[in-house]
Write a protein that binds this ligand. Structure first.
Ligand SMILES: [Zn+2]
Length: 139
């Protein structure tokens, strides 16, 4: 049997089209029998999002998409770990943080150098003094 998707009409007038529940014409979120359960799921989802935002703010965490933000997380973890009682696990964590920091420093350094090289090449690419075919410069 082909699942035609949820037939619930959304506020914009289009059908929801999320996969319909087995033997039904509506999805989990639009099934009146699941309304209470769905509402609780939405509430818990909202709580998780709010909690994530609060924790991220407290720890000045902005994600792991840049070397800088990864370094900030590593530093926070290292400081928190340093404050713990000495143990083999603590020392392993700190050694691991130091190794991770080395990789991040290297990645940051390479990125800085590459940016500088690209900037140098970019500014020279438009100069006619080193052009192999000066007549083509500026075309
Ligand atoms: Zn639906």
């Amino acid at each position: 049997m082909v699942n035609r998707g949820c037939s619930f009409e959304m506020p914009d007038g289009l059908a929801c089209r999320a996969p319909a529940l087995r033997g039904k014409s509506v999805c989990y979120w639009h099934d009146p029998d699941k309304a209470e359960e769905a509402a609780e799921s939405r509430r818990i989802g909202g709580l998780h999002r709010r909690k994530s935002k609060s924790v991220a703010t407290i720890y000045d965490f902005s994600g792991l998409r840049t070397v800088e933000s990864a370094q900030r997380l590593l530093e926070t973890a290292a400081i928190e770990t340093l404050a713990l009682e000495n143990s083999i696990a603590r020392n392993r964590t700190l050694i691991s943080a130091a190794a991770g920091a080395g990789k991040l420093i290297e990645a940051g350094d390479l990125d800085t150098r590459l940016t500088a090289v690209e900037a140098a090449i970019g500014s020279r690419a438009n100069s006619d003094e080193d052009a192999a075919f000066p007549e083509e410069v500026g075309r």
